[in-house]
Design a protein around this ligand. Sequence first.
Ligand code: AVJ
Length: 327
Amino acid sequence: MRTALAYHNTTIVEKQLLVFEKDVLEGLREVPKRLHSKYFYDATGDALFQQIMHCQEYYLTRCEMDILRGQTEQIVRAIRRQAPVFDLVELGAGDASKSFYLLKELLRTGAIDTYFPIDISRNIIAQLQQSLPVKLPGLQVTGLNGEYMDMLQAAGQITGRQKVVMFMGSSIGNFTPAEAVQFCAKLRQQLQPGDMLMIGFDLRKNPKTILDAYNDKAGITRAFNLNLLERINRELDGNFDVSQFEHYPTYDPLTGACKSFLISQKEQAVEIAGQTVRFGANEPIFMEISQKYTVEEINELASRSGFRPVEFFYDSKRWFTDVLWQC
Ligand code: AVJ
């Protein structure tokens, strides 16, 4: 017998699959063709991204860890000067390994008692809900599974407290600069005057260092990109021959845009969900942008989306920054 809950869950999963199908087919009918990088993160993609974070060339995670572990007390003091007691919300919490030190210090100093991790992965949220209260006794964890803005609104309805929102890891880089303004402005609308945002940006640096981070020798980033074609094969009954697509990462030092493409190695046709998509020889699919910022561009983003920059925190190489903004 089908329970109401099982029926409900099936419907959500089916709806998600229909949206995935629509987004993929629409994206591949556009000129130039594009796929959305948010679809990288199925179970295989999550595991590949974990491996990317351990790659020698992928400096971003190590730099941000350096900031969050090395300057925990300074960060907490800076936040508490503006917000002595608050609720902490994290967008795209992942396994919370980066926010762990911050959470620990915030809990110790009595700044927070509840943590609201938001993530698109139901798995991640279930795991956090289990593991965090064990690792950090006394911390209440209210996990929210869903899209950022919907869940931020939900968090706002649960608590009346001042809020600090964290958006780490250079996830903002997956938006173009214009999209980033829109995203931050929308975020601002969900917040109250005095609320804060802690946001991670990857900074401009030697172009080769940046390009290497998206072109690791072991080929993990390549596999990460190709996995989206394989995911389409698995979930949308596709027949991509992934050996006929080449990973092509680029970095433009003038604009700070680091973009990855998959290049069709020949003229070919691919079936997806019963539809035919044609590729020309050397035709690109735009897969992802990872935008790199200057300090001036970060400040401009803050002011254009209604935030006041409070403080920058840098790693020792100044390759990455976590920035504190206030509404
Ligand atoms: C998770 C968006 C921060 O753009 O650096 C890593 C994803 N893509 N390697 C990034 C990614 C290829 C990553 N972010």
